[in-house]
Ligand binder design. Structure first.
Ligand SMILES: Nc1ncnc2c1ncn2[C@@H]1O[C@H](COP(=O)(O)OP(=O)(O)O)[C@@H](O)[C@H]1O
Ligand SMILES: [Mg+2]
Length: 278
């Protein structure tokens, strides 16, 4: 296997004291330039510890732009879900500050967590009902969302009649039904086989482009992070903090060799992090 030419891949080391915006800014004259994309999520020196245990997260700094697709990568147990839960407002940070959209976030988990006794459409309709959407509109909107995830023909099937990939499509439709600008996804495809996962990557990319959502996608899979993210943030372990980030350019999308180089470089860095704490 060829060694990865480190220099060919631009990795931004994120120092502990980095200002969130500074790490990605290449703008020479910010005051004169067109307005930068507004931030959807800002994390400032975020920390989290459970009880009296060692900190799980410490000084996490990151800014996620509106409409951006960010892949949050890290080894198992490094605090990815904890960070996502904090962004979702399900968990309180122990220190630091965060800004999130006032209208909240939709969440999608590894386990589809659908109600087993109601149909795919019923599951999506329920999310709309919780938002106060009227009955007639619910039905129309649920079908539109199922069409968006290419599942309209299975609308009347119940979860046990669907494959794992189809269940995650319903789960995605349900998350979109919440109609929040921010979509948080916690390893949603981790339990799927590789072919189904590849298909869902294509679908998710299309849906992201069609809906303009801001997406934070958590994964421990480097290939998946590079496939989906416009930017990959690497979270270290014990304590978790953002230690590196990579921009995924159009070239990486269209040139498999370039994508492979980037995947190799990120994998090397991730292994370093894992080794450091082994
Ligand atoms: N509610 C909790 N109480 C105590 N420890 C927790 C809790 N949630 C997570 N942890 C611990 O925090 C660490 C990070 O967990 P998690 O965020 O689930 O990691 P990841 O999603 O990256 O695999 C783990 O050591 C886990 O045991
Ligand atoms: Mg997790």
């Amino acid at each position: 296997m060829a060694a990865t030419p480190e220099a060919a891949v631009s990795e931004t080391a994120v120092s502990e004291t980095a200002v969130p915006h500074a790490a990605v800014s290449t703008d020479p004259a910010p005051s004169l330039a067109a307005p930068r994309r507004e931030a959807a999520v800002v994390l400032e020196n975020l920390g989290k510890r459970f009880g009296s245990g060692a900190p799980v997260l410490e000084d996490v700094n990151a800014t996620i732009g509106q409409g951006e697709f960010v892949a949050l990568l890290g080894a198992s147990g490094c605090g990815k879900s904890t960070l996502l839960n904090i962004i979702a407002g399900l968990e309180e940070p122990s220190s630091g500050a965060l800004e999130v959209p006032s209208d909240g976030a939709a969440f999608m988990f590894q386990d589809s967590a659908l109600f087993p006794w109601i149909s795919a459409r019923g599951n999506v309709e329920l999310a709309l009902k919780l938002r106060g959407v009227g009955r007639a509109e619910r039905r129309t909107r649920a079908m539109e969302l199922l069409e968006l995830v290419h599942l309209a023909e299975a609308a009347d099937k119940r979860p046990h009649e669907l494959s794992g990939g189809m269940r995650q499509r319903v789960s995605l439709a349900r998350a979109l039904a919440q109609d929040r600008p921010l979509l948080l996804m916690d390893e949603p495809f981790a339990a799927l086989d590789a072919i189904t996962r590849d298909l869902l990557h294509d679908e998710l990319e299309r849906i992201w482009k069609e809906t303009g959502r801001t997406i934070v996608f958590v994964t421990h899979n480097v290939r998946e992070a590079v496939r989906l993210g416009q930017r990959v943030l690497l979270l270290s372990s014990r304590p978790g903090r953002v230690v590196a980030q990579w921009e995924v350019s159009e070239e990486h999308r269209t040139n498999a060799g370039k994508a492979g180089e980037l995947t190799g470089a990120i994998t090397t860095r991730l292994r370093e992090e894992i080794r450091r704490h082994a």
